[in-house]
Design a binder for this molecule. Structure first.
Ligand code: FAD
Ligand code: EPU
Length: 338
């Protein structure tokens, strides 16, 4: 276990915000995690679990202990006639896990290729992309209570998964650490290319011949065209969630803007694109100082230089206000502001 004092977290968050943590600990397994959490020196310190730092925005120095899990095992734990169950430790990089499953001939998470971050964070906001959400394939999540060190396994049904939401963002927020996740992969090939940009990518191809590897390559290619590479420019992916509005509100907007697309969530609710709303406010590609709206995807706020967390938050509020004033729609943060 490594514990450092007064360390910059700039290399540990994809927004590249330069703040410091009072303590920073890296643990290699749950035994070390327990030792750390029961160490008298740190018991009363505030705690933050950090994965790849790709969905987080720091606005202040962190006056407590930041804990990073480096547990890295992946194993196939059981098999039935229909399914293969794979367990991954929280510290495994998400995209390495996706690649591992595809190399094993499994399908189910290829649409989630190239999402930054670690396996441990994947259930927290129920990561999703190109028509698939991680809840579709999660079997259970192993957690440890930060104070009592009690360990528990939550079955998928107990995780209250929803669009960019789960029990981990609500009742269990800041109380538990996710130590590993079990995924249930169907043995039958189940590639899903329903999402518009994937459908376009494979136009003219026989759907039965498309493999999970083909879908992974397609998703990587689409993402590389649209989304900024966090190794080159600071960002945390979509800053806001896509809003879910009533059918009436959708129809009212559609009458005015024929290019608006909607995706039914329930019989009476429709999800629309926050990127479209922001673009319609004329903000795509615009920046103030070091902070801007990405030129190819208006849902992404970028840090072009040494912006502070607070500058980024101010910029995001300006966007929220403009969208609210123009459309009377509230867009809410997707990322975690600390
Ligand atoms: P972090 O940012 O380190 O942490 C996020 C939150 O989870 C924090 O509150 C943290 O305290 C908590 N946390 C992390 N690990 C644990 C743990 N083990 N136990 C308890 N709490 C924990 N997301 C999508 O859903 N779909 C996308 O398509 C997508 N595309 C992206 C593209 C780019 C370019 C970027 C930069 C981000 C994108 N994201 C996307 C967001 C992000 O990659 C995901 O939310 C990812 O799951 C975050 O993982 P992380 O390990 O970096 O989490
Ligand atoms: N659009 C615009 N202008 C923009 C961006 C999007 O008009 O600048 C419209 C277009 O009509 C486009 C549609 O929105 O066809 C959908 O765009 P895209 O496929 O890029 O998806 P998104 O809704 O903007 C969501 C997720 C992404 C995920 C993609 C792909 C949220 C908050 N974001 O974005 O997730 O990768 O779908 O499935 O749901 C993330 O969470 O960080 C993230 C990047």
């Amino acid at each position: 276990m490594i514990i450092k004092n007064n360390i910059s977290l700039k290399p540990c968050n994809t927004f590249n915000v330069d703040i410091k943590a009072k303590y920073f600990a890296e643990v290699n397994n749950t035994k070390e995690l327990k030792e750390l959490l029961s160490n008298k020196q740190y018991i009363s310190e505030k705690k933050l679990i950090l994965g790849g730092g790709s969905n987080i925005l720091f606005t202040n120095n962190f006056d407590g202990i930041v804990i990073k899990l480096n547990n890295l095992s992946i194993k196939i734990i059981s098999e039935t006639k229909e399914n293969v169950f794979v367990q991954s430790d929280a510290g495994v990089e998400w995209d390495s896990f996706v690649k591992y499953t595809i190399d094993k001939g499994l399908s189910g998470i290829e649409n989630l290729s190239l999402i930054p971050g670690n396996v441990g964070a994947s259930p927290i906001q129920n990561i999703g992309a190109y028509g698939v959400e991680v809840k579709d394939i999660i079997e259970s999540v192993s957690i440890m209570h930060l104070d009592s060190l009690e360990e528990k396994i939550l079955l998928k049904a107990e995780c209250n998964f929803n669009y960019r939401n789960s029990i981990f963002k609500n009742e269990l927020k800041n109380k538990f650490v996710i130590t590993s996740v079990v995924f249930k992969f169907p043995k039958q090939n189940c590639v899903n290319i329903e999402y518009a940009s994937l459908k376009n990518y494979f136009v003219g191809k026989d759907e039965n011949e498309i493999t999970s590897k083909d879908v992974r390559n397609a998703v990587i290619s689409i993402r590389e065209r649209k989304l900024p590479d966090p190794n080159k420019v600071g960002n945390a992916g979509s800053f806001f969630k896509n809003p879910i509005i009533t059918k009436e509100k959708y129809e009212e907007l559609k009458n005015e803007y024929s290019d608006l697309n909607g995706y039914p969530e329930t019989n009476s609710k429709i999800k629309i694109s926050a990127g479209w709303l922001i673009e319609k406010c004329g903000l795509k590609g615009k920046h103030i100082g070091n902070v801007g709206v990405h030129e190819k995807q208006a849902l992404v706020i970028v840090n072009y230089g040494n912006a502070t967390g607070n500058e980024i938050v101010e910029f995001s509020k300006m966007i929220q206000n403009l969208v609210q004033n123009k459309f009377n729609i509230k867009i809410v943060n997707e990322i975690n502001i600390i």
